[in-house]
Design a protein around this ligand. Structure first.
Ligand SMILES: C[S@@+](CC[C@H](N)C(=O)[O-])C[C@H]1O[C@@H](n2cnc3c(N)ncnc32)[C@H](O)[C@@H]1O
Length: 301
């Protein structure tokens, strides 16, 4: 397949290479027990579309991608977002993930719903299986902080991005995740009941035991987790010929409008970036797990 630089074994829509690295194996084993995010029994094209449209950033991203593009989602888990990006477009979407059990759910869903413009790759990011300069868009949200070396993972991914292509990276923030870390300690001491009061996402999932379990494990029991800052990602960008485009939270004091999210903004200064990330502790970004997102564009010239 042209998006792969190595020949992998194909089974349905999935191309597979065995995972050898011990920390990636540990993470894949962790998700095997409770694939993330979960599917509901009655999920179909419509419900996946609706879920995607509700996610403001993802729906703006899909709109911005347009048509006839090559899109990669890294750490796609059960592939719901990759499927959302593929449905109703002529883009070719590739979802890569280390957990075969998650990709099998994605593959079954795509087959059942006759979604053909999608493939999945079961491989470790660090095995560097993707073709150089291939994708127009890369989405990698909530993944690199669960790997042994987030920067090395990022560097490998940028190789498969075309010049002028866009990359979106979402990571746990050093300041923004403070509330989750405090909740983790309280949960250890007082048990699950108290989390139902303190974690608003968990509270909203109270009628769905499977989704609740999957969120609980992802947020509070993960075997590998690291914390990062916008400044760190800006450094990753400058080392890999990626220009800053925008971030959530914004790097300046300006309110971020999702409408123009892919239009280049100022990266502010050390002080404005610090305040913006510090603010996460008190806003919904901090209460939802402390993820921050940075978008960049490859510029090799
Ligand atoms: C928290 S889940 C995120 C799923 C999805 N991106 C989302 O936001 O719903 C992290 C995913 O990254 C995958 N992953 C972690 N380390 C990986 C690696 N080294 N190579 C490939 N996938 C990896 C896991 O298997 C898991 O499905």
């Amino acid at each position: 397949m042209s998006f792969l630089k190595k020949k992998l074994i194909q089974n349905g829509l999935i191309f597979k290479q065995s995972i050898k690295d011990s920390s990636t194996k540990k993470v894949a084993d962790f998700y095997k027990e409770s694939p993330f995010p979960n599917y509901k029994n009655d999920d179909n094209k419509d419900t996946i579309l609706k879920k995607g449209e509700k996610n403001f950033l993802a729906s703006r991203f899909k709109e911005f991608i347009g048509y006839k593009k090559k899109v990669l989602e890294v750490g796609c888990g059960t592939g719901q977002l990759s499927l959302y990006f593929a449905i109703g477009t002529n883009n070719h979407v590739v979802g890569l993930d280390a957990t075969i059990e998650s990709l099998e759910l994605a593959n079954d869903f795509a087959n059942k719903n006759q979604i053909e413009n999608i493939n999945f790759v079961n491989a470790d990011i660090f095995d560097d299986v993707l073709h150089k300069d291939y994708f127009d868009f890369i989405w990698c949200n909530g993944v690199l902080h669960h790997t042994k070396n987030p920067y090395d993972g990022f560097k490998i991914l940028t190789k498969s991005l075309k010049n002028q292509g866009y990359i979106l990276v979402g990571l746990y923030n050093r300041m923004g995740r403070v509330r989750t870390i405090i909740r983790k300690y309280i949960y250890k001491i007082f048990g699950i009941k108290i989390l139902n009061f303190l974690d608003s996402t968990l509270k909203n999932l109270k009628h769905d035991e499977k989704e609740k379990k999957s969120w609980l494990r992802d947020q509070y029991h993960h075997p590998i987790e690291s914390l990062h800052t916008i400044d760190e990602v800006l450094h990753w960008f400058s080392q890999n010929k990626i220009d800053f485009v925008n971030s959530i939270p914004s790097c300046t004091f300006e309110e971020n409008s999702y409408k123009n999210f892919f239009i280049k903004k100022s990266s502010g200064n050390i002080f404005s970036r610090f305040l913006s990330q510090f603010n996460m502790i008190f806003n919904n970004l901090g209460s939802d797990g402390g993820l921050f997102v940075v978008i960049g564009r490859k510029n090799e010239h």
